[in-house]
Design a protein around this ligand. Structure first.
Ligand SMILES: [Zn+2]
Length: 247
């Protein structure tokens, strides 16, 4: 006969210390379990001599350094055990990883571009690289539209051999247009060109861009946003401050 058993314990692990990567401290720190609900269960057949067991620990945890509160779910399933796996998985919310990027606090970037930027950083931090790449593409296109850049010079193979420069209005052309206007250095433009995940391939061919590639592209795009929107405003502030001092 099949026997199913379930049990729930409140605050069974309250007061315990667990080691978890802290989203604020950006390293593994001691976290105190402040509230917990532990559930265990099993299904067994004594006559046939087998049982399947599982457990779930739901915990509200607090970093003992910065006091940031998180939620930890640790689950264990007997059938997930393997020679190199003890059957335990852990998830901590909000999701975090040691490569997580802190979004820059932009004040002068137009709000629609800032929204795309925040969303693509969220995608990066929540392990959605394909959507992050699509967001990067949307952001580059948004910057070009805002700056009135519709095309740019792209080098293509010429019919009789060699290369020819043609103006194109695709993303490649617009990135070249940013460089043409002096808004992007040659090496940054080259990097954006080389990583084709920024183009159609990321979305249409479902290629999964690597975290390192995305990080590099995000850094370049942040640099562009700084140059276009943040630095001019900082320079204007500086001038205003100097003018006030002169009076
Ligand atoms: Zn912390």
């Amino acid at each position: 006969m099949l026997i199913t058993e379930k049990k729930a314990t409140e605050n069974g692990t309250k007061g315990k210390i667990v080691s978890v990567h802290c989203i604020e401290c950006k390293r593994s720190t001691r976290h105190l379990v402040t509230v917990s609900l532990d559930k265990t269960g099993s299904e067994s057949n004594e006559r046939e001599g087998w049982s399947v067991d599982w457990s779930d620990r739901y915990q509200v945890i607090e970093c003992q350094g910065c006091e940031t509160v998180s939620f930890r779910h640790q689950s264990w399933f007997s059938e997930a055990q393997d020679f190199d796996d003890d059957g335990t998985t852990e998830r901590v919310y909000p999701l975090r990883n040691k490569d997580a990027i802190n979004p820059r606090p932009y004040h002068n970037v137009p709000s629609n571009l800032r929204r795309i930027y925040t969303e693509l950083i969220d995608c990066f931090n929540n392990d959605s690289p394909t959507l992050c790449a699509a967001g990067l593409r949307a952001l580059v296109e948004g910057v070009c539209a805002q700056q009135g850049i519709a095309d740019g010079p792209v080098e293509l193979p010429a019919k009789g051999g060699g290369t020819q420069v043609v103006r194109r209005d695709n993303l490649e052309g617009r990135i070249a247009g940013l460089q043409e206007k002096g808004l992007l250095t040659q090496s940054s433009a080259q990097t954006l060109h080389e990583h084709r995940y920024l183009g159609n391939s990321a979305v249409h061919e479902l290629a999964r861009p690597s975290s390192d590639e995305l990080k590099l592209a995000i850094e370049i795009v942040e640099h562009v946003l700084d140059q276009l929107y943040e630095l001019p405003e900082k320079a204007a502030e500086l001038h205003r401050a100097i003018d006030r001092r002169k009076k």
